[in-house]
Design a protein. Structure first.
Lengths: 757, 173
């Protein structure tokens, strides 16, 4: 038995007619007796066995709910048959019965008396809406909250509850969606401030907040809301220091009426600060309209056809709708001019839900129909989006007319009325036709891209960003239409992810995300402190034998990037956790039960990053990039070397020359580092001169493996002094290289450096 | 969890028409048709258990007491698949080979395929059936050419031949 186990048993040779019919004659004769039955019986058996083989694939191996795709199974369905889709329910019921029969010990379920509700159930509110309202103390829920909450882990941030990361592992899927298909993001937490007043008053109020001489909303291209104006805001009169963050401005198209309206869209972290800076202006009314709008961000190559398919049912024909239709066949959104604004008015999106893949060339499943479907209309695209695309015809205020939007939402058909109409359809599944009682939805479609993230126009830098991941659309709609627009987007194939994935996508695109990648702003300090405290806690929870030994690796500040120390500012902010020697000292004291010496502890000083000059804007970044190509000799001082940069800043109307030294001392430049060999930069890793263990010239703010590039990459903040030392140390070259230290004491990784605007 | 490994044996029961049944049933050979005695899974079950007990004693019978099962048996084609624990596979195939009678009818058991999964056994059964049909048809052609008797079977079988050949080779993969 054992001897034969190794050898495979060969199949016996088939009975061949050639090899001696005489030998098998008896048997064959026996077979040939029952002619009619033989072949039929064999054929029947073959069919039966084949059928059982085909059905056996999933019958025994997988339960009914396991055959579903991952994203269609959201609940444990082994104990509750109703959680399985209707088409599989019969099979699931049978499986449950079979397994129950298998368990001889399973008791039949006890019938529950009607009044035996738990205390929780008895105290619930009548309507889920009231309960949800109760839960929103401290942080408001976005309109798509429940949808996200079922699929993602949520976190409280910036006064709202946003999705942090999905429940499923989808890091690469998120990247692919943003690159090739469509990535959707609910950006309704973004703050919008409405400035009403005369045009001059508005511009005067904004002037101290932006770089003087920079392109402001006063420019002709932004007039009448044809384009979204990117802004980089600073505290009043403090340019170039005290950056607040990026923002976008959109004019409301106005008639002859005097008071103009400007919408300022900012990140919620700086909304209060901006409002405070604007508050003092006269002749201006500032209102917060965040709650009156919902906005969705779509990125990716297939986002244009997807939007065109979802928003196909326009209520009033407008130039904006025509522009969207014409844009459908453009291969990728970055081919269309950035910042363009289209105004549409569409029928109630719930009427045509779920969206169907358009045979004429839309995108049902994003990426399947594909971009570039159909021949682009050259004439329509040459002057895209064309005059008047940002305005609705006939004096229709669109999204800006908040009163009308609120009235429309109040009088729209409730869901059960729509369901009744659907039931009345002759052919089930037919989309509802808009009737007299149905309302329409005004929308703003904005072609967003790196401008909004950077706060300034980009020209030459654009080519280096990774294609479609930096470009996309923002859909702005009135309050109340959040879910009605979100569901068709998702059903059409847009992939929704959380904040973590959104940040990674912007890192892949090489763009700084606010507030994580804007050092020198108050919002960055808060975010970095929170992240650092979180990381420190996690580090402390690990037992000493198993946690990373940063002291041994020579990393003094592994949880936050000590940019203040880098720029020579007074002291590291006290609320930043210190795991270094001071932390160790605390621990030793605790063990020895001694009291700290008076005066030895650092006094708690408030964080003040207002002194830092963060280089933003394409002009300044280009100046720094040009400086990097030079090699200053040993006797050239910093001020002389950086003169072109100072000139560029002074041209923007900045400080006096005697403050130049102080200014340069505090100058922080954001750079993109792409590793040239192995190694992935870690967050807060020191960036040093190549082949040198000297003081770092900067720190990594966000580092990760880039799927687009196939190597590690990072966004880092370097001091201008550090870049000066870098240029001194090596001959001028196209790309400077730096080395990034490893947090575990391993070999450093080399990276090529590029300046970010 | 320790894996209990099994073997699936695909076999066929062949019955001689010439021999009379032992014990003298007394029917004339012309009336004895192949399908006179319809076999069932119960027959196969008892056949194997008897043969194992006969040849390998109580120990052998005890080995396969719990793990042995007749998974499939077709009385029309006499093809079957039985499951045995892996350690006693050789014993059961030996017992099958040594079987001479089934319920007092003479028979020969031919083992076509042994494998660890039932899927492969089913595929082997399908393949064997196809080959048998092809061989039978070829035989008919030979008989017809020799002028020995009436040709049985359709001419449509010719087309089925080619299809079966390609399907058999597809099965091999």
């Amino acid at each position: 038995m054992e001897a034969n186990r190794g050898t495979k048993r060969k199949a016996p040779p088939p009975p061949s007619a050639a090899a001696g019919p005489a030998a098998h004659e008896t048997l064959d004769k026996a077979r040939s007796v029952d002619v009619a039955g033989f072949v039929e019986a064999r054929a029947f058996e073959i069919n039966a066995l084949q059928r059982s083989l085909d059905g056996a694939r999933t019958a025994g191996n997988a339960r009914a709910f396991q055959t579903l795709a991952r994203h269609l199974r959201r609940r444990a369905a082994s104990h509750n048959v109703k959680r399985v889709p209707a088409r599989l329910r019969a099979r699931a019921e049978e499986e449950m019965r079979k397994s129950a029969a298998g368990n001889g010990s399973a008791k039949p379920p006890k019938p529950k008396p009607a009044t035996a509700h738990s205390r929780y159930k008895r105290r619930r509110t009548r309507a889920a809406r009231d309960e949800y309202a109760l839960r929103q103390t401290g942080a408001r829920w976005l309109e798509t909250h429940v949808w996200h909450a079922k699929r993602m882990r949520m976190e409280r941030a910036w006064g709202a509850v946003v999705a942090a990361t999905p429940n499923e592992r989808s890091h690469r899927a998120a990247y692919r969606a943003a690159k090739e298909r469509c990535y959707a993001h609910d950006a309704s937490y973004y703050a919008t401030l409405e400035l009403t007043g005369s045009k001059d008053a508005i511009l005067q109020a904004l002037a101290p907040l932006v770089a003087p001489g920079a392109l402001t909303p006063a420019a002709r291209r932004y007039a009448d809301g044809a384009r979204l104006a990117p802004l980089a805001l600073h505290r009043a009169h403090m340019f170039p220091r005290a950056a607040l963050g990026p923002a976008s401005a959109l004019w409301m198209p106005a008639g002859a009426a005097a008071p103009r309206t400007l919408w300022l869209r900012t990140h919620p972290a700086i909304a209060d600060a901006v409002r405070a800076e604007l508050g003092a202006a006269a002749g201006l009314a500032v209102a917060d309209v965040t709650g009156d709008l919902v906005s969705f961000e779509l990125l990716g190559t297939a986002s244009t056809p997807l939007l065109a398919a979802v928003l196909a049912h326009t209520h009033t024909p407008s130039a904006g709708a025509a522009a969207l239709r014409a844009a459908r066949c453009v291969p990728a959104p970055d081919a269309l001019p950035e910042g363009a604004v289209l105004a549409l008015r569409i029928h109630d999106p719930r009427l045509s839900f779920p969206p169907r893949p358009d045979p004429a060339g839309g995108a049902g499943r994003a990426g399947r129909a594909g971009p570039g479907h159909g021949a682009p209309d050259g004439e329509a695209l040459r002057a895209w989006p064309g005059a008047g695309a940002s305005q609705l015809p006939g004096g229709d205020g669109g999204v800006f007319d908040r009163a009308r939007c609120a009235a429309d939402v109040a009088r729209r058909q409730p869901e059960h009325a729509l369901n009744q109409r659907r039931r009345a359809q002759l052919v089930p599944g037919t989309r509802l036709a808009p009737g007299a009682d149905d309302v329409s939805v005004p929308l703003l479609l904005i072609r967003t891209g790196p401008e909004a993230a950077l706060g300034s126009r980009v020209g030459a830098f654009d080519a280096r960003f990774v294609g479609a991941m930096a470009h996309g659309w923002t859909l702005v709609a009135p309050r109340g239409w959040g879910m009605a627009l979100w569901m068709p987007l998702v059903f059409a194939g847009a992939r929704a992810q959380g904040q973590c994935e959104r940040l990674h996508v912007s890192l892949e695109a090489g763009l700084p995300a606010f507030p994580r990648d804007w050092p020198g702003t108050a919002a960055y300090d808060a975010a970095a402190a929170a992240a650092g405290a979180d990381a420190l806690l996690r580090w402390q929870r690990r037992p000493p034998g198993k946690r990373a030994n940063y002291a041994h690796a020579g990393i003094e500040s592994p949880f936050f990037a000590p940019l203040h120390r880098l720029l020579g500012m007074p002291a590291a902010p006290a609320e930043y956790p210190q795991p270094g020697p001071a932390g160790l000292e605390c621990r030793m004291r605790r063990l020895k039960k001694t009291k700290p010496k008076p005066g030895a502890a650092e006094p708690a000083r408030p964080v003040d990053s207002a002194d830092i000059w963060l280089v933003t804007g394409e002009r300044l970044a280009a100046a720094v990039q040009a400086l990097l190509r030079t090699r200053p000799s040993a006797d050239v001082p910093l001020r002389q070397w950086a003169a072109p940069l100072l000139a560029a800043v002074r041209a923007d109307g900045a400080d006096q020359p005697d403050g130049a030294d102080a200014l340069l001392q505090r100058c922080l430049v954001r750079v993109r580092l792409v590793c040239t060999a192995r190694g992935v930069p870690a967050n807060n890793a020191p960036v040093c001169l190549p082949a040198s263990a000297a003081d770092p010239i900067g720190y990594v703010i966000a580092g990760s493996f880039s799927l687009a590039r196939g190597c590690g990459m990072a966004l880092a903040a370097c001091s201008l002094r550090g870049l000066f030392a870098l240029c001194r140390g090596s001959p001028p070259q196209a790309h400077r290289t730096v080395s990034i230290r490893a947090m575990d004491g391993g070999p450093a990784c080399e990276a090529a450096l590029t300046v970010l605007p | 969890m320790v894996r209990f490994k099994n073997r699936y044996i695909c076999f066929e029961v062949l019955q001689h028409n010439q021999c009379n049944a032992l014990g003298g049933v007394g029917k004339p050979s012309s009336d004895q048709r192949q399908n006179a005695f319809i076999l069932s899974t119960r027959n196969i079950n008892s056949l194997v258990r008897e043969q194992v007990k006969l040849n390998f004693g109580d120990l052998g019978a005890g080995h396969i007491a719990s793990g042995f099962q007749v998974k499939y048996f077709s009385s029309q084609t006499r093809m079957g698949i039985i499951k045995v624990p892996r350690d006693h596979c050789q014993m059961v195939t030996t017992a099958l080979t040594l079987a001479t009678h089934i319920n007092r009818y003479p028979c020969v058991v031919r083992v076509w395929h042994v494998s660890g999964t039932i899927k492969k056994c089913q595929k082997a059964a399908i393949r064997t059936d196809r080959e048998l049909i092809i061989a039978w048809y070829r035989n008919q052609q030979v008989i017809a050419k020799a002028g020995a008797g009436p040709v049985a079977g359709d001419s449509s079988l010719a087309a089925m031949l080619k299809e079966s050949q390609s399907q058999i080779s597809a099965l091999e993969l």
